[in-house]
Design a protein around this ligand. Structure first.
Ligand code: PEP
Length: 252
């Protein structure tokens, strides 16, 4: 996979109609392609319409979550085989799922394996709280999340990892490039310890209050391959501006 990867997480925003329009607008402005892997993750209900809106463009589509089981009595849930007919990527372990829906590393590990088995590319999110950082345990918390969520994985060729410090998500207070680089280097060594040389090919992204003004400072770090963008992905022009600034760094 070309390493530059910019992912937009729309969270619980947009209706099917407005998601279609947003996806269409992003794909029209980015029609040239050649800017790395651009993935947009609308709500489940809009995946089909957004996939149609971006068909024929270089934009790819991802889901925001998945259930570990392939089918069954799980009212309201969506499984990996269902998603695999519509999309290529899926976000798992986002901090909002961990905190608001009490998802454990073990539960997230089931989502990762279910996604890989169904042919999806999981975007595994990890990140420490402000309390963890202040207590000096950010790196150990993140490494332990990472390895626990990958406990049943043997092949990381379809995996992406997003480091998203909880204190930087939706706050306008992005981590510094140095904090992100230090953590990413620690993530890469945890991946290497679990998966050897295959870990080198895993795209590692930073997420947390990324915008067009700060994206280059993250992408200039040696271990950061891209960004996971929340709020700024909800406006076609601001998302495209992030992609454009990111691809300038990739072209350097
Ligand atoms: C996110 O939700 O993954 C995220 C990084 O959000 P924001 O860019 O708004 O901080």
């Amino acid at each position: 996979m070309n390493r530059l990867t910019i992912i937009g997480n729309w969270k619980m925003n947009t209706t099917p109609e407005s998601a279609h329009i947003l996806g269409y607008n992003i794909s029209k402005i980015l029609s040239d392609g050649g800017m790395g892997n651009i993935v947009i993750c609308p709500p489940h209900i809009s995946l089909d319409r957004v996939a149609q809106a971006v068909a024929g463009s270089s934009i790819r589509v991802g889901a925001q979550d998945v259930h570990p089981e392939p089918s069954g009595a799980f009212t309201g849930e969506v499984s990996a085989p269902m998603l695999a007919e519509l999309v290529e990527f899926v976000i798992v372990g986002h901090s909002e799922r961990r905190t608001l829906f009490a998802e454990s590393d073990e539960f997230i590990a089931g989502k990762v394996t279910a996604s890989i088995e169904a042919g999806l590319k999981p975007i595994l999110c990890v990140g420490e709280s402000l309390e963890d950082r202040r207590a000096g345990r950010a790196e150990s918390v993140v490494s332990s999340q990472l390895l626990a969520c990958l406990a049943n994985v043997t092949d990381v060729s379809s995996l992406l990892v997003a480091y998203e410090p909880v204190w930087a998500i939706g706050t306008g207070e992005a981590a510094t490039p140095q904090i992100s680089q230090d953590m990413m280097s620690s993530i890469r060594s945890a991946l290497r310890s679990g998966f050897g040389d295959a870990a080198h090919a895993v795209p590692c992204l930073y997420g947390g209050s990324v915008n067009a003004d700060n994206v280059q400072s993250f992408l200039r770090q040696p271990d950061i391959d891209g960004a996971l963008v929340g709020g700024a992905s909800l406006d076609a022009e601001s998302f495209v501006a992030i992609v454009a600034r990111a691809s300038e760094v990739a072209a350097d």
